[in-house]
Write a protein that binds this ligand. Sequence first.
Ligand code: PAF
Length: 285
Amino acid sequence: MKIITSVDEMQTMVAALRAAGQRIGFVATMGNLHEGHLSLVRLAKQHADIVIVSIFVNPTQFGPGEDYTSYPRTFESDCSRCDAFGVDVVLYPSVEEMYPEGASIAVTESTLSRTLCGASRPGHFDGVCTVVAKLFNIVQPHIAVFGEKDAQQLRIIRRMVRDLCYLVTIISGPTQRAADGLALSSRNQHLTPAQRAQATCLRRALDHAEELFAAGERDPGRLQAAMCEIIERAPEAKIDYVALVDAETLQPLTGLIERPVLAALAVWVGSPRLIDNTVLCSVDD
Ligand code: PAF
C-alpha cells in the first residue's frame, strides 16, 4: 500500500492509472477508521480496480467550539487497517497542502444545508463540499462511496456532483451498527459506559417511528413527539434536533406524510453529539 502526501504526486499517479484503463474508487475519511469506514472500502473494491482512501481532518468543516483539535488522529492504526483491507493508496495531505496560503475560493451550498445538521452547524457543509470537491479533483475517481449515516452529507454531495458536473458516480453505503443498534461513529469512543448504554435511545427512537409509520401514522408532529419522548427518557441525552423532512429536498414537511421522508436526529449524549436517521416510505412510494 502506498501513502501519498502530495497533491501533485497523487494527480500524476491517477492520470497514469486512468490512462492504463484502471477504474478508481475513492473513500474520503477523516481517519480514526472503524468498521463503518471499512464497509465503504469493501463497497469501493466491488466497483473499482484501485481503491484510494483519503485521511484528512478537514478544518473548514468544524465550527468554533467544535472538536477539530480533539478529533482523534490515529494515522498509524488507520494505515494498518487500510492495508489489511486491501486499500491501494492512502492520501494523507497536510492542511497546508490542501489549503495553500492565500486560498480564497470555496464551494457553497444554499438549500439542502439549511436544515438538520446544517442548521445547527452553520458553514459545516460548505467546508465539506469544498474539501470533497478538492479531493475529487485530486483523486479523479470513477466512483466514490459515502455512508448513509451522514444522510444530509450524502444528499449534498450528490447535488454537488450534479450541479458542478463532476464525472463521478456516488455510491451509498448502509449504516453499520453495533449489536444493540448504535450507529458506528468515531465519536462513540468518547461515551462513558453509562452514556454508551443510553446512546441506544437514537436507534430505539427511529425504530419506534418506523413501527408507528408501518401501523399507519402519517402525522409528522406525532412521529416527532414519539421519538423525542424516547430520547428524553435517557438522563444524559440532550436533543439538538429530531426532524422529519422530505427525503429528497430535506425541507420541512407541510401536512401529512405523502412522500418518502427522512427521519433524522442529532443528540448529545454527554459531550459527543451523535446522529442517526432512517427513511420512512410506504410500499406505494
Ligand atoms: O464524512 C466525513 O468523514 C467527512 O465529512 C468527509 C466526507 C471525509 C469530508 O471531510
